[in-house]
Design a protein around this ligand. Sequence first.
Ligand code: ZN
Length: 83
Amino acid sequence: MLVTKINILYAKIFKLKVINYSQWVNFMVKSEAAKARLFDRVFICMKCNAKIRANPARVRAGKVRCRKCGSRDLRPKSKESRG
Ligand SMILES: [Zn+2]
């Protein structure tokens, strides 16, 4: 069966145990979504360094304020590269 052959091929490439193709796709989609959740929607206040989770479109439009100091100077957390 073709699907089984694809499973074995992926297992060889990624040196994992044989998994279902749909499980693998689900895992990839979940990890991408997790990355997006962690970095794309988190902003840091440039005045007091508070973490603010907000919609990037709203931040760019200047509609989001820091809840601590009220500043609109926010930067995306993803641009911070430490470690
Ligand atoms: Zn602030």
